[in-house]
Design a binder for this molecule. Structure first.
Ligand SMILES: [Zn+2]
Length: 432
């Protein structure tokens, strides 16, 4: 592949120094970044050059929690209590899912994530071979796991675990390393301690991390204490869950002791601020977690509870809502919110050496934001504009491992029209 250079842009690196380069450039060859800095005087060393005309380049975003096939349920059930929403609305419809629903639901989500600048996403669902194939074809990066719910006969549980383990083994480092895998008990309230222990043992055997939902609602925490005599955090810790690399989604209701455990055991947290707000679950104590050194990243959760996958919305929410809660306008700066969606997100899923910042030697995973529109004028501060004024709909180009997958808002690897058509057709069948 030719050496390519994008120049005359604002490069937001999200490196350790949080460097922002005016009149900057990014060069890459094959899948790796070979240059980040000022626009060189002589750009002729590069075979292909693109003049950014002042547009912003930043690392591709990292969405650390979701369920892509659930996009077919967008707008189907809103404004209900979590338990009613799940048990009366979502689960009955999901029970009708076929592999075809998974395929087109996953594709719809992937389309939307690429369109809004996400280049790496975490996914937990069933029929994950189909999701893996969709990730491979789309050219995006996925951290995937077959989520297991511990309901049913012992035989069924063992077959689910076997399936999850086979998926984790077969797909780890697939698609030129763009896919990595985890094992995932759905949650401490849907899996018995014995079942969770078996999943932990399997993660040791396969050397893959663990992912789960945890402490999403106060009800869940109270019930866990009633059933097991411990908070979900202490419960999982006593089972050895956090002796493995682990990513937990939600972590809304935490005691101080819980936060200390998460910090001490280096647990990654996926903060799903909009999903938690929409389901009325509460707001995670992000300020406290950050003060203890916990790695906090951002997740959308599924479209069913969000209702889109534009991670820019999470970035703005995290940088505003936590200020309101703390009654402190210095809480979570724009820079910090952006890091949570880029380099901290990459670190949360153990990909910090590959993606999440623009640095020589890393994979060329980056996005270009079109700035010739009102939201980016006047040109005071590009990070502020991205976080407080911009949106994922401003993303024009997307590159993963140096391959362009969105070009001037046109998809290069996937068929948008077909995905929209099939998603609509299948969602109508579901609701019948
Ligand atoms: Zn979830």
């Amino acid at each position: 592949m030719a050496r390519k250079l994008l120049y005359n842009g604002t490069i937001i690196t999200c490196n350790a120094e949080n460097e922002v380069i005016d009149s900057g450039a990014i060069g890459f060859e094959d899948e790796k970044i070979v240059y980040v800095g000022k626009t060189p005087d002589d750009v002729s060393l590069y075979e292909e050059t693109i003049d950014l005309k002042g547009d912003i380049v930043l690392p591709g975003l990292v969405n650390t929690h979701g369920h892509t096939p659930m996009s077919l349920l967008r707008g189907y059930a809103d404004d209900l209590h979590l338990q009613t929403w799940l048990e009366d609305k979502i689960w009955p419809l999901e029970a009708k899912y076929t592999p075809e629903h998974v395929k087109w639901g996953a594709n719809l989500s992937i389309l939307e994530m690429i369109r809004t600048g996400t280049t790496t996403f975490v996914d937990m669902y069933d029929y994950m071979d189909i999701v893996g194939k969709a990730v491979d074809e789309a050219g995006i990066r996925g951290v995937l796991c077959r989520g297991v719910i511990g309901f049913g006969s012992e035989e069924l549980l063992q077959s689910k675990l076997k399936e999850a383990a086979e998926f984790a083994k077969n797909w780890n480092n697939a698609a030129n390393g763009r896919i990595t895998t985890m094992l995932s008990p759905h949650s401490p309230y849907t899996c018995s301690p014995e079942y969770i222990s078996q999943i932990i043992d399997k993660s040791v055997e396969l050397n893959v991390p663990l992912h789960t939902h945890m402490s999403e609602t106060k009800y869940e925490v109270d019930k866990n204490i009633e059933d097991f005599g411990a908070t979900p955090v202490a419960h999982l810790d006593s089972l050895g869950f956090f002796d493995r690399p682990a990513l937990v989604a939600h972590a809304v209701h935490l005691s101080d002791a819980d936060i200390e455990i998460l910090a001490r055991k280096n647990v990654s947290v996926s903060h799903n601020i909009i999903s938690n707000l929409k389901l009325g679950s509460g707001i995670a104590p992000v300020g406290k977690m950050l003060a203890h050194g916990v790695t906090v990243s951002l997740g959308t959760d599924s479209v069913a509870s969000n209702n889109n996958l534009d991670l820019f919305e999470e970035i703005k929410s995290v940088a505003t809502i936590h200020k309101g809660i703390a009654q402190d306008a210095t809480a979570i700066s724009a820079e910090q919110a952006l890091r949570m969606a880029t380099i901290d997100g990459a670190a949360a899923v153990w990909l910090g050496d590959k993606t999440g910042s623009l640095e020589v030697g890393k994979d060329a995973d980056f996005i270009v934001v079109e700035t010739n529109q009102s939201f980016y004028y006047p040109r005071h501060n590009p990070v502020s504009h991205l976080v407080y004024s911009g949106s994922g709909r401003d993303v024009r180009d997307v590159y993963v491992q140096g391959k362009q997958i969105l070009d001037n808002r046109q998809f290069k690897t996937i068929d948008e029209e077909k995905i929209l058509f099939e998603a609509n057709r299948l969602s109508r069948m579901l609701a019948e």
